[in-house]
Write a protein that binds this ligand. Structure first.
Ligand code: F0G
Length: 542
């Protein structure tokens, strides 16, 4: 071996191994583009986008035509993944049988491999379908089924109570529960579903069934200046206090990993273990909303000392060891465009507490989604999910994925835009309270104005703040509690290059440099509607 090549190999290696942050510049992406889509519109068409925005979309980002976005569409990281060639190849082998198709069995085995022993294992007693894996076309369909059956089984058991919340609760916690008791809840059984933070569809599904979603984010989550590695954690003291006094009215405890509403922030395994201990102590089952489980595992590996040397798969197994069940939107870390599942551990605390749950869910599936072995999905999609689950836990994939989001966030920060830090896994969240701090004049729903102006610039982001999470009682606005006021730029997986994201940074920079001139908006339609941010229309004030 010649010394000169050894010298250069050493130099090349040093050049790419700079451990300071994930996904260094000088490393190429661990994949290449296999298919590309040329745009049918140009970044120069500013006036045309303004016309569409005002005349067709009513300034609502959800109503703006995607084919007229020449830049980055960062509305969601959900279902927007670019699938790999292996996934497309697997889809060609899809089995479209009506019952017990091949993809179902492959997926069941893949769930056991991805999430660890005890999940979705083969069960001969149940014929074709598993006792524990219930497929749905997406996450919220699984949530809807889950909470529909849950509330029915709770009512049938007749153990509910409409008594006011216990005086033993921490005063702040008690008042938060009381503030959620609507006028129509009086006289009804009170059921509470705590979480670090429920996603909005989960919250909507819980409320729709007359139960109370209760967010218990850790204190650091609320501290804007604290750079805490696991901002997604749950406040275990509050949870313990809640279960100490109200365990009979808490059918289960939830944990969203990563914590989307809280900024795509991770949850530590230490927090998961503490929650498990508390839930065990009080005999309450414990579930995950597991949409971004692999991204959470990546942060655990990077930030929790015990796991620096563990593989992602091993960390995922460790996380899921503590749960009695989970639901998952596979549109995120399943790396597919559609798909969801509810998974219940056969020998877990939830199955013991609700032994007939499986029957209820299966009936629901048959009535709403199709045979349980396809759950509203084509057989070929099940093959793509299995393949996606194999890719998503690869170190080099997660390095590139999270590295890109972190670089994007860091560039925004360096451009003077206040983002939540540390940067989360799937999105960058811009803090609007800080962004507009000190600006004069009317400030109603400036998050909506920001998303509208970004669309004119050629990029789509999403308001997740006072409009999305607040409500209107006919006279005044009721802000979200705890207060959240963000614009979110969610990064689709495997879809954009850094250059694209940096052009988003430049557009935000124009807004930041001229923040005094960003107008407020009038709500023209939908202010008092439920889930109003999807339906409303606005106009610029001036
Ligand atoms: N749970 C979490 C934490 C989510 O982020 C989402 C979706 C869901 C459940 C519902 O899953 O879309 O498959 O029905 N989040 C997307 C987003 C829509 O943009 O954050 P779904």
């Amino acid at each position: 071996m010649s010394d000169s090549t050894a010298f250069f190999i050493k130099k090349f290696r040093e050049n790419i191994d700079t451990p300071e942050e994930p996904g260094q510049w000088y490393r190429p992406r661990p994949y290449r583009n296999a298919v590309v889509k040329f745009r049918d519109c140009s970044i120069d068409d500013f006036e045309q986008r303004r016309d569409i925005l005002i005349n067709e979309a009513g300034l609502n980002a959800f109503l703006f035509r995607a084919d007229m976005i020449p830049g980055c569409d960062l509305l969601s990281d959900s279902g927007t993944t670019t699938m790999t060639m292996d996934q497309w190849a697997a889809m060609l082998l899809g089995d479209e049988s009506y019952g017990s198709n091949e993809g179902y069995f492959e997926l069941r085995a893949q769930f056991a491999e991805t999430f660890g022993a005890g999940w979705c294992e083969k069960d001969n007693s149940s014929g074709g379908s598993s006792e524990s894996l219930f497929l749905f076309h997406q996450g919220r369909a699984a949530e809807n089924a889950f909470f529909s059956i849950l509330v029915r089984q709770l009512a049938a058991a007749g153990k509910g109570s409409s008594a006011p919340p216990s005086d033993g609760l921490m005063p702040e916690l008690k008042s938060r529960i009381e503030s959620r008791l609507g006028t129509n809840s009086h006289g009804k059984d009170l059921w509470i579903i705590p979480s670090n933070s429920h996603f909005d569809t989960t919250q909507g599904n819980i409320e729709d069934k007359g139960m109370i979603p209760l967010n218990l984010p850790c204190r650091e989550h609320l501290e804007k200046d604290e750079i805490f590695p696991f901002r997604g954690n749950m406040d275990v003291e509050e949870l313990d206090n809640l279960l100490e006094h109200e365990k009979d009215r808490v059918p289960l405890v939830y944990l969203t990993i990563t914590n989307n509403t809280g900024g795509g922030q991770p949850v530590s395994i230490d927090n998961i273990r503490k929650i498990r201990n508390i839930t065990r102590k009080h005999g309450v089952p414990f579930f995950f909303d597991a949409c971004r489980f692999a991204e959470n595992a990546y942060f655990v590996k990077k930030r929790e000392d015990e796991f620096w040397d563990s593989s992602i798969v091993k960390i995922v197994h460790e996380m899921f060891r503590y749960a009695d069940g989970f639901h998952i939107s596979l549109k995120k870390d399943g790396l597919v465009n559609m798909g969801g599942a509810l998974v219940i551990r056969k020998d877990g605390d939830f199955s013991k507490k609700f032994p007939n749950f499986k029957e209820g869910i299966t009936d629901h599936q048959i009535m709403a989604e199709g045979h349980p072995t396809y759950g509203g999905l084509p057989g070929r999609d099940l093959k793509a999910i299995s393949e996606g689950l194999r890719t998503v836990v690869r170190d080099e994939y997660l390095d590139a994925r999270i590295g890109q989001v972190v670089r994007f966030g860091r560039h925004l920060f360096e451009a003077g835009i206040p983002v939540i830090r540390p940067i989360g896994g799937h999105a960058v969240y811009i803090d609007l309270d800080r962004f507009f701090d000190g600006t004069a004049g009317d400030d109603e729903f400036k998050g909506i104005s920001m998303t509208a102006l970004m669309l004119i610039a050629g990029h789509r982001v999403c308001e997740l703040g006072l409009y999305a999470f607040g409500s209107y009682d006919g006279e005044k606005e009721i802000p979200p509690e705890p207060r959240v006021n963000y614009v979110r730029a969610a990064v689709p997986r495997l879809a954009y290059e850094d250059q694209d994201l940096f052009s988003v940074v430049e557009a935000f920079r124009v807004l930041a440099d001229n923040r005094d001139r960003i107008p407020a908006v009038n709500v023209e339609y939908g202010r008092d509607l439920s889930l109003r941010h999807f339906k409303s229309r606005f106009s610029f004030r001036g």
